[in-house]
Design a protein around this ligand. Structure first.
Ligand code: PMT
Length: 399
């Protein structure tokens, strides 16, 4: 996701410098070209050679270092960067930038750049809550600087509380977010994902193979594009994407209640969940014993959540999925019409690499105006991105 992007990774002096090494590895793995700038204090913790080796670029340490006859290092870095990422950032660094001071290479390049600046502070909990630090952070935020909030936990100084540098994967995600155009800014998106569980007794249930991967990918991509995202999810083993509000449910009835409540505050609804169409008519209070040779479980129909939303969709963009094993286009078209959708994403779940519990999908997108768009096999993140490109167009059409 960072292919071709130039990122300047600023490293300031704190015990969390070792985590910046892992962050650098993640950034380069995601395709970014990374140039590291270290302060004098940072090199006391990890040698520049480590960053140089992993970035494949010289580490910048001195302010007046002529890279070539024509190019002055700090200005060149400031101009070439797509993103400045400072991790870990000390109170000292934040204070200096907030005060407009530029007395070393890092503060000078940060002051000189027009690229977005993302700061991941890490410090002692009392320093973090010190009103002077907080005022400095607020001042920078007002000027458009972005922050990754520190994590809570045991700090290197022995204190417990806020101030830990977040996991490098979280910082990577925020870097990706900082570089993603905010085309869904101001939009409220509701995504459903995962399976539902319909209990038979306290230990057994009816469900399906949905892993939640497709829906979680959509929720993540929508948030990266600036939307306010609510994810209503059945049980899955996945971590909730950064910045997404989650509502956890188990059964179709619980999902229905959660969706009906959340939809009021929503402009776009994307229903990727695999909702059980039926549930046991009676849930046994005790574990059903295996005394009989045969057992019949009577099922009753669950509400069709998507149809219910479709019947009163107003000006919302409504997107459904169709999981089919035969007549993909015919069945998907019928769902598009019956459920009053703007778009349906059809996947033939009997195809290898499509549908349930895999990292890829093969989809056809059908639109209310009759258009059909076919995508080749691709990762679910990529599919999610294309679905959201189309959703953006549909949302624009509705004003
Ligand atoms: O979770 P993964 O492992 O990544 O797998 C992805 C997926 C296969 C689950 C996903 O790509 C997908 O196809 N989701 C929809 C699955 C499904 O239930 O399809 P359906 O054709 O039965 O339902 C059509 C639409 O109506 C869906 O948007 C569904 O969310 C919705 N529905 C269905 C039944 C019901 N009672 N209420 C609903 O809202």
């Amino acid at each position: 996701m960072l292919k071709g992007k130039v990122i300047v990774l600023g490293v300031t002096g704190g015990i969390a410098v070792y985590k910046a090494v892992e962050l650098l590895r993640l950034l380069t793995k995601a395709g970014a070209q990374v140039h590291v700038v270290m302060t004098r204090a940072a090199i006391e913790f990890v040698a520049p050679l480590t960053f140089q080796t992993l970035s494949g670029n010289p580490v910048h340490l001195e302010l007046f270092n002529l890279i070539s006859e024509q190019e002055i290092g700090h200005i060149s870095l400031a101009e070439r960067a797509d993103l400045f990422l400072i991790a870990p950032a000390t109170a000292n660094f934040v204070g200096k930038v907030a005060a407009g001071l530029a007395d070393d290479l890092l503060t000078t390049t940060v002051m000189a750049t027009k690229a977005p600046v993302l700061i991941a502070p890490a410090m002692n909990v009392n320093m973090y809550h010190n009103p002077i630090y907080q005022e400095n952070e607020e001042r920078l935020k007002r000027h458009g600087y972005l922050f990754v909030p520190p994590a809570c936990g045991m700090l290197a100084c022995g204190y417990e509380g806020e101030g830990k540098l977040p996991d490098p994967t979280v910082i990577l995600e925020e870097a990706i977010a900082a570089l993603t155009p905010k085309r869904l800014s101001g939009r409220r998106v509701l995504v459903t994902a995962g399976p539902t569980l319909e209990e038979i007794d306290p230990v057994r249930y009816i469900s399906n193979h949905s892993s939640g991967k497709m829906g979680y990918a959509i929720a993540r991509q929508a948030r990266l594009r600036g939307a306010e995202v609510t994810l209503v999810t059945g049980p899955t083993a996945l971590s909730v994407p950064c910045g997404v509000k989650v509502i956890r449910v188990e059964s179709a009835l619980q999902m229905r209640d959660a969706v009906v409540k959340a939809v009021e505050e929503t402009d776009i609804v994307i229903k990727a969940a695999a909702v059980a169409d039926y549930r046991p008519k009676l849930r046994a209070g005790m574990k059903v014993k295996k005394n009989a040779a045969e057992l019949a479980i009577e099922l009753e129909k669950n509400p069709d959540i998507l149809s219910e939303i479709g019947a009163r969709k107003g000006n919302r963009v409504l997107v459904g999925f169709a999981a089919e094993t035969q007549d993909l286009l015919g069945n998907a078209k019928s769902k598009l019409e019956k459920k009053n959708l703007d778009m349906v994403v059809a996947n033939d779940v009997s195809q290898v690499g499509a549908g349930f519990n895999v990292d890829t999908n093969i989809v056809k997108m059908l639109f209310a105006d009759g258009r059909v768009e076919e995508l080749p096999i691709m990762g679910k993140d990529e599919v999610a991105g294309i679905i959201l490109d189309r959703v953006e167009e549909l949302a624009k059409g509705k004003g």
